[in-house]
Design a protein around this ligand. Sequence first.
Ligand code: FMN
Length: 431
Amino acid sequence: MATVSVSACSLQSPPFSLKSLRNRSNGRVRSRPNVFFTVKAATDNGGVTTSTDEITGPDLSVTVNGLRFPNPFVIGSGPPGTNYTVMKRAFDEGWGGVIAKTVSLDSSKVVNVTPRYARLHAPNSREVIGWENIELISDRPFETMLEDMRRLKQEYPDRILIASIMEEYNRAAWEEVIERVEETGVDALEINFSCPHGMPERRMGMAMGQDCDLLGEVSGWINKKATVPVWAKMTPNITDITQPARTAIAAGCEGIAAINTITSVMGINLDSLRPEPCVQGYSTPGGYSSKAVRPIALARVMAIAKMIQQEFPNQGLSLSGIGGVETGNDAAEFLLLGSNTVQVCTGVMMHGYPLVKKLCSELRAFMSKHGFTSIEDFRGVSLEYFTTHSELVRMQKEAVKQKRAVRKGLTSDKDWTGEGFVKETQTMVSN
Ligand SMILES: Cc1cc2nc3c(=O)[nH]c(=O)nc-3n(C[C@H](O)[C@H](O)[C@H](O)COP(=O)(O)O)c2cc1C
């Protein structure tokens, strides 16, 4: 993976004071009330099966930014959240929440091509390990997407629906999108600062996410206008992802979502010598997702979680981990690194909406094995096992020193014991 250096990301003069951040953390009151999921409402609204809602076993529910998710599994913005029918399916199958496909005011500027996906297979296998897309944000009319979201919130008032939004560098446009999207009743907003293809040509998506000054200014507009929690979705195509994440939080965002796709070229067809996915003989670099990106996503999530822990502790901020999740164990790793929720996009495209049942049962099995009864029991516990390389060197030297000290044997005859006599003898043998 090639990351780009983005020198514009400097926090010398954050666009918003930390004072306003602290006010926001617990005191900033968005107008929407807490939302609580009930099994009854879910059953009334399409028969969510008990496998994801069951009361027995470890509790998978998660409450972040005042929003209660029945489980941490959230549909990531993309094809699985592209219209009413598929989002309804996600709720019916039991997904903890849905992030709709990214919308902007003028969908006529969004023109998709086909084919727009390309896959990487494991050697000598049909198993898909990597996925590239050159898909843009939603090409459906804004009003149509609003109507879909409104209908879903009416039919599933207790389920979490999050709108993903993107706009150009234009304050009035952002304010209009926010106002009209919020009118549908969505529970939160995710800001797409991260789409790596197509949109950056219009200075949108990743173009904003790589420029901290721009991101800070736009996040400021957004947070002044929004009355629901705001998550900023980060691009991994940057040298230090903590910089835009820090800027977004300082500008008032309540949550960070990471990662969006990684800039990629899936490959070159060695017969035609043309790149994939191939449109009229040409291609454009796209966004990489699925299994292969998970280690990269975990590293980014770890870095953001540590930054939040150190710089913004106890402020009720949320972290949504994304990238290559297909199993409950994959999700457990993101949770162990501090994520509150875990998003899945390509996994749903490959395995379908029922995947959530498997994710829930596998996560429950992991929790039972360790005796964890809730997500908070283990969220973030692996973070403390990351340190610097020089500290690893120091610890290893110390361990070797201690081992050598043991080999030197007993320092005095009074230290011999009956129980460990043979071992104690061995510590003083030279060959
Ligand atoms: C075909 C496709 C379309 C996507 N469209 C969007 C989008 O409109 N908005 C967005 O924020 N992310 C979009 N994403 C990124 C995903 O939400 C997610 O961040 C990324 O794919 C990594 O997660 P995954 O490995 O679970 O797919 C898209 C991903 C794919 C594969």
